[in-house]
Design a protein around this ligand. Structure first.
Ligand code: UDX
Length: 432
């Protein structure tokens, strides 16, 4: 099938590559000419496992193209443009409507619009009305994405389910054909209406965030009661009704989806005249986490004013270069507010020095060992595998870390080993 993907950001690029791997001929369109030029010339502008290799292969097979304009035969449009959110949960749908306007100005009636961007519940139906008012006739289907950054291509090709929100069987038949290679793998195909499909997306992220936030609160109780956080997480996760995923303690959940979706969902409750008590509590619990962690760091170090603190990991989780909504950055801001001096290191992300220099004294390093220079303590904020392979023996022997304090907010280091090497090791659920 010939498919156009509109908006080549994170979701759009993975959708385009994924659909081409399924055997479709995919045309990715973005209004940003520079982005398209970067994609055409390489390397791939986003850090995601295997994607560059696949793009090269799909280019060669002529299954994938990118450009700034639609083509005459384009009829099936995946809309994957960004839907930016403000703090109160309002989602800005201007980019989505701008994309729709650009398509309806170009294609004759009878096209299919597949909404993959995460939108507030009820948006697809509003788009149907919008098209009617414009006197054009196109079908609108909600087909939310459930891609985790860092595993996005894998998730596209091996989803737990495909959710299709469509109002007519003709659309469903097209979608069945489009996803046939995945249906052959017996991946559940959930057919519902567009409003429910939209809600499934945001409600799924709300559930995940809920699990993480509750586990993090329980982690605080583990500190007080000396219960074992790892065993607790496993013990509750083995209950099939709960499930093992999303029960890892950490500095709080972040990223561009979980916090945004909860705020947006909470706002939808408000707009429909009902209240959610749980969703705002999840956000409050998560924000409180950052303050709690900084208070613990301050207590461990006996004050942090003018002390150098090294921090490994700036992205919101490992295996991505994305710092949007990163707990590390929230923690850094709170540390800077108390006049700590931060030495930051991350294996992948690009740093925006200017933004942070305005907020306090911070310096970013390109080498993990140099980051430790003169530091009182090391905080591990993101679970990059490479942090487990750092030569702490050498760091200890050479006295690179002044007070030999390591605070592990992801519990990724081997406690016994690191203590044997002579470090004071503080980890989640035990000391923090
Ligand atoms: C999320 C959803 O998982 C995905 O389905 C959706 O489409 C987009 O949003 P993503 O934002 O890439 O994906 O991140 P995810 O892997 O879900 O992690 C979100 C945050 O939760 C991260 O900050 C992560 O570190 C944290 N987390 C996750 C935990 O603290 N503990 C866990 O057990 C799992």
């Amino acid at each position: 099938m010939y498919i156009t993907v509109v908006g080549i950001g994170y979701v759009g690029l993975i959708t385009a590559v994924g659909l081409a791997i399924l055997g479709h001929t995919v045309h990715g369109v973005d209004i940003d000419a520079q982005k398209i030029a970067d994609l055409l010339n390489g390397p791939c502008p986003l850090y995601e496992k295997n994607v560059q290799k696949k793009i090269n292969y799909l280019y060669a097979k002529k299954l994938l193209h990118f450009g700034t304009h639609y083509r005459r035969h384009d009829r099936i449009f995946f809309l994957t443009v960004g839907t930016p959110a403000s703090q109160d949960g309002t989602i800005d749908l201007t980019p989505l409507y701008a994309a729709i306007d650009s398509i309806i100005a170009f294609v004759p009636n009878g096209a299919l619009f597949l909404i993959k961007s995460t939108v507030p519940v009820g948006t697809s139906r509003k788009i149907v009305h919008y098209l009617r008012e414009k006197n054009v006739c196109h079908a609108v289907v909600s087909n939310p994405e459930f891609l985790r950054e860092g595993n996005a291509l894998y998730d596209f090709l091996n989803p737990d389910r495909i959710v299709i929100g469509a109002d007519n069987t003709h659309c469903t038949a097209i979608l069945t054909k489009l996803y046939q290679p995945l249906l052959n793998k017996k991946i559940p195909f959930l057919l519902t209406d567009p409003t429910t499909a939209e809600l499934i997306k945001q409600a799924s992220n709300a559930f995940l965030a809920n699990k993480i936030a509750l586990l993090n609160e329980l982690s605080d109780l583990c500190v007080q009661t000396k219960a074992d956080l790892g065993a607790l997480s496993l013990g509750i996760g083995l209950d099939k009704r709960i499930g093992e995923a999303y029960l890892k303690g950490g500095p709080g959940f972040g990223g561009s989806c979980l916090p945004k979706d909860i705020r947006s969902l909470s706002r939808s409750f408000h707009q429909y005249g009902i209240a959610s008590h749980i969703l705002p509590a999840v956000i409050t619990a998560n924000n409180h986490r950052f303050t709690y962690i900084v208070n613990r760091i301050t207590a461990i170090l006996g004050g942090i004013k003018n002390k150098i603190i090294a921090l490994y990991g700036l992205t919101f989780k490992a295996d991505t270069d994305d710092t949007r909504g990163s707990p590390s950055l929230s923690i850094i801001e709170l540390l800077l507010a108390q006049k700590a001096i931060i030495h930051g290191y991350d294996p992948k992300t690009k740093y925006d020095l200017l933004t942070y220099n305005e907020k306090g004294s911070i310096k970013f390093f390109s080498n993990p060992e140099e980051t430790l220079c003169e530091a009182e303590a090391l905080i591990i904020a993101t679970e990059w595998d490479m942090f487990q392979n750092i030569d702490f023996e050498k760091i200890k022997t050479k006295g690179m870390l002044k007070s030999n304090i390591i605070i592990d907010l992801r519990n990724i280091l081997n406690k016994n080993l690191i203590q044997q090497q002579g470090f004071s090791y503080y980890c989640l659920g035990r000391d923090i």
